[in-house]
Design a protein around this ligand. Structure first.
Ligand code: MRU
Length: 365
């Protein structure tokens, strides 16, 4: 998407054909920094410490990590090592394992001399596929937004609530939850987005609001607890969120707090949609609540907030008493029964085993 008149992807191969550049998302919205990742260690740090984040982008970054590893040493042992090293960086988003498996399965049968070039080609394909999948999600989601817009009075916007950042920054381009919003806005539909701030990392406040601002999409930043109130007062027409892992039966794991939004949506008859590309479906998992590993992140994310201080520098400020214990589960699971539909690249599926396998019959296990 455009930043200051230049079209950016979130990750790209450099002219040296070895290293990749990424947007270091830790500093947004205050600073737009591009950094170069040259080694497998750089890639692992960038994923673990959330320089890049969002399930699809984590997967693509890992794919380039495998390519960088193959440039150093194209042996089978190196391929298994990079798989292990990158797989442990973040536990919840399944796109990471999907990308690592895809790369390893593709490279293992090849002669070692061909692996480096093949790895960079395959990583680039995965990145390009992500862009195409998100475009398709955008077109399918557009139909839903169009239907709601058709029932609105002239001048009234379609109010969409989203949680976390499932925007272009979380993918290679367009985003998943934001793709329908961007396509609808491009088409001239009057959309307005309620952006949950998304404590503790504030991906809504820092990333989604920055994206929407940059693209001129009307939006309002709200605290995480405001959504239920807005829904009770008829101020939300639909919810669209992304997902880090969706099970074969349609349970959705996403950023902590998503489940509460889904409960509030159900209680208020607000349609609750999840946008996802098929690499986010974990066909081996059937019960999201008991089977998906939930990342537990540092307590400092809860006890402190990061922002721009009065001196114009980015600072971290403590908000709780020193010594108060913290808990920081980063994701939760929304059961399929609370979900109106799953917006995929192949269309909108019912959140159920039948709904998903009707769209992806070859993937059912
Ligand atoms: O911890 P994060 O920022 O990586 O979590 C991101 C999310 O939860 C997104 O909603 C999800 O990855 C979908 S991104 C298209």
């Amino acid at each position: 998407m455009k930043v200051a008149d230049r079209h950016y992807h979130t990750i790209w191969l450099n002219n040296d054909r070895r290293s990749v550049d990424i947007i270091d998302q830790r500093w947004l919205p205050h600073e737009f920094k591009v950094v170069t990742l040259k080694t497998v260690d750089d890639i692992a740090i960038a994923i673990r410490d959330m320089w890049v984040r969002g399930a699809p982008l984590i997967g693509v970054t890992a794919a380039y990590g495998v390519a960088i590893a193959m440039a150093d040493d194209p042996s089978d042992a190196a391929l298994h090592d990079v798989w292990d090293k990158l797989h442990e960086t973040r536990p919840t988003a399944i796109n990471l394992r999907w990308a690592l498996d895809t790369m390893r399965q593709y490279l293992l049968p090849l002669p070692q001399k061909d692996r480096m070039a093949a790895a960079y080609r395959r990583a680039a394909d995965i990145a390009e596929e992500d862009v195409q999948l998100n475009r398709q999600i955008g077109l399918h989601g557009l139909e839903i937004i169009r239907d709601i817009a058709a029932r609105k009075k002239p001048g009234e916007p379609v109010n969409i609530l989203t949680h976390c950042n499932a925007g272009w920054l979380a993918t290679v381009d367009y985003g998943t939850a934001t793709a329908p919003i961007y396509v609808a806005a491009e088409e001239g539909i009057n959309v307005h987005v309620y952006v949950d701030e998304t404590r503790p990392r504030n991906q809504g406040a820092q990333l989604t609001a920055w994206e929407l601002n940059g693209h001129g999409v009307p939006h309002t930043l709200i605290v995480d607890n405001a959504g239920g109130h807005l829904m009770q007062h008829g101020q939300v027409d639909m919810v669209i969120v992304g997902t880090d892992r969706t099970t074969a039966n349609g349970d959705v794991c996403n950023k902590i707090g998503t489940y509460l939004k889904a409960l509030a949506a159900k209680d208020n008859n607000v349609p609750f949609y999840v946008a996802l590309p098929s690499p986010t479906i974990d066909w081996t998992v059937h019960d999201g609540i008991s089977e998906i590993p939930i990342e537990e992140r540092a307590g400092a994310e809860v006890s402190h907030v990061q922002g721009l201080a009065a001196d114009g520098k980015i600072a971290s400020v403590q908000i709780s008493p020193t010594g108060s214990p913290t808990a920081n589960p980063a994701f939760d699971v929304t059961p399929a029964r609370l979900i109106t539909g799953l917006i995929t690249e192949r269309g909108v599926a019912q959140a159920s085993a039948e709904g998903l396998s009707a769209l992806f019959p070859q993937s059912r296990r």
